[in-house]
Write a protein that binds this ligand. Sequence first.
Ligand code: GLN
Length: 225
Amino acid sequence: MNIYGDTGNVLVLRRRLQWRHLPVEVVPVSVGDPLPSDADILLGGGGQDAAQGDIGADFVSRGPELRALADDGVVMLAICGSFQLLGHEFVTHAGERIAGVGVLDVVTHGAKERLIGNNWVDTPAAGRLVGYENHSGLTTLGPGAAPLGRTRPGRGNNGRDGTEGAVRDNVIGTYLHGPVLAKSPDFADGLLRRALARRGQSVELEALDDSLCDLAATVAVGRPR
Ligand code: GLN
């Protein structure tokens, strides 16, 4: 799935590795395709309710594999619709139940209202993340998931408790589209560091000129929702 620029997260990570002359291979995975067994990072984008239904059975069939990869410390970044499907279940506003895989201890229920607009999120691990939210699913975290951060102008997970996203081990879910990594370079490098550390590699990530990313983030933060 990919909406609101989420494929850009792939481009950002690939480019940040290439700029540092580090090896990178991107393997697209569609319905029915095998997951590469030695993947370092899995990225998932957002999707409309219908798209989530379309990939639902395939996604659920990958549950044991995805849970094993998560337990093994594989880095995952799941945006919006993928975030919801990494949870236990998504029940749409129409009452349709789309099962998730239970990698993240979260559940989502569709609401009538959509939560839409620029947003930023303050996180303990990666500072401020800047993106855009557009969802009707309201996500509640269980005890096995920590919030990624606090939502600021946006509604975040559910518009009620100020939380945004969820984290367990190296698995991160968030509602931030945008793509979020283009305006949150420290977060992007944080994912790369997690992946390298899992491989036992102590590679020092060379500093990059992130002035354009920072400018884009500043402009987005200054825009009305
Ligand atoms: N269909 C989901 C919702 O509206 C996810 C939307 C999205 O990925 N932007 O809650």
